[in-house]
Write a protein of this length. Sequence first.
Length: 268
Amino acid sequence: MKQNSILPAASPAPHGQTWNPDAYAANGRFVANLASSVVALLNPQPGERILDLGCGDGVLTETLAATGAILTGVDSSPTMVAAARTRSIRSGFIIDQHRAEDLPYQARFDAVFSNAALHWIPATRQPTALAAIRRALRPSGRFVAEMGGHGNIAAIRVALQTTLARYHIDAEAAAASFFPSPATYTRLLQQAGFTVNSIELIPRPTPLPAGMEAWLSTFRTGVLDRLHPQDRANAIAETVALLRPVLRDAEGNWFADYSRLRFHATAS
């Protein structure tokens, strides 16, 4: 019988998510394209200093900069930072590399904005990250963000957990994602020194034009890269087969079962 294999002990397994900018541009551009509502909630103004936290490859940072606001983008991924810096050359914004909990800024920004990034910060690091965001804001500065919320990609997560169990991988622990309820995140924001002006959980089934295999290969690399290549391919195929009855329609179109948490808070 073939023994399932994971990465050898000599090679530490990835933890959390890793990013390939080319794959993200091909399969994940919908993330920025669907951000119009949270951008409207931010309502950027010319001359404002805004921090785009978790800026990725800088596509949305570039959109915000076009409003006349003065943008600084920050991301923890070196590959995404490199892609964003290439984009910033023509658009004139700044890109820094920091983890959210290590932000070095002190009362520098009128607003902190984040789209589809905060859920990559594990629950244990959320208080430290929110405290750093609070320090980065000027008095009465606003924090406007959208992230994965309670129930986000629930079917995908259950399918991955089921598939990877036989490889002795806890997919939830390996992903290290955090999808809070409005009540949970309200409490965390208040403890960090914010007043919550609005917060809501928004179910948003999201079309995946490139299909589920491409989504998994782009957004769950930190989990799947723990496997050797052949096991990885088999695990993806098994996960796609489990999801086909619930997330693909009769015409063959795939959807992800997204649930977004969107909020506007003010530094107290």
